[in-house]
Design a protein around this ligand. Sequence first.
Ligand SMILES: *Cc1c(COP(=O)(O)O)cnc(C)c1O
Length: 369
Amino acid sequence: MNRKPIYVTQPQLPALEDFYPYLEQIWENKILTNGGPFHQQLEKALCEYLGVEHLALFSNGTLALVTALQALRVTGEVITTPYSFVATAHSLLWNGIKPVFVDVDPYTLNLDPQKIEAAITPQTTAIMPVHCYGRPCDVAAIQRIADNYNLKVIYDAAHAFGVRDASGSILRHGDLSVLSFHATKVFNTFEGGAIICPDAKTKQRIDHLKNFGFVDEVTVVAPGINGKMSEINAAFGMLQLRGVDEAIARRAEIDRAYRELLKDVPGIAPMGEGGEASANHSYFPILVGEDYPESRDALYARLKEAGVHGRRYFYPLISDFPMYRGLPSARRDNLPVAGDAAARVLCLPIYPQLALEDVERIAALIRAA
Ligand SMILES: *Cc1c(COP(=O)(O)O)cnc(C)c1O
């Protein structure tokens, strides 16, 4: 039997005819970019949806990370996690900053606050943690350390769209948070991203930095980049926002189905068991343990053979890539928990259109070992 391959994610797309009115408006306005009407609408709509005060849209999440570091004038060394997508550390290199890798917590796989202090040197100016898989970092502990040592905190919140804690959006923590709206993320604008900031003055500086440093027609205040989101992407974002609650609810349903179907499989441990109610179900990571008859890589290969393309997020660790592995903090004995997770984790397919019968088939393949 020939089945269509199932990938770890499939981008969320609304009906094409629903997008035509937005395009007609752009053709009518003849404003294609540079903070046009859809750009302004989407910034406002996202502030309301996410429950944050100020947000600056970007053409992608990586340029937003690079610009966030510039906005706070971060230099020297920055403490970060090796267990993330490579753009987290690349944004530091693009700013001439030295990444210092610190190990992660075994339960959340987020930066372990207990290991941060030992990595601080006189050159350290900031911490860049990641809310991995959308599960919140220990924001209180990280802020305590930042306050004690006078460090900035920039969250790579690329996985954390819509995630909340007891008192509101997870994005309000630290000095800045950065979102990605890449096609593979929970909320997408094809390509896109944003910086969330606490005050209007910082937002203004970020807006200058994403537009070459222009303040007005004749004034350039910084060597800014071109990081602006176009009107097409912003208009698409307005349309996507209408369906995002339903999309996250579907993800939650799939998450529950996987947990039920995999609950008695020896050696298979879905992460976040016990449920962080606030997570957005952007990923469904399982840890393949010693009690499972196959290695993680054997399971990964067998699923692939059957047309089910899971992803080993995050393997390899960032600290194992050639531009990082020479750093003293990249040594494996400095990062045992991250190293173990990179060898055992497998993210199973999860996206709103994934049929429950496909979830059942994937679970059956895992049980069959
Ligand atoms: C997706 C992602 C990014 C990069 O975002 P882009 O919009 O693709 O540039 C950065 N960090 C993490 C953790 C990501 O998952």
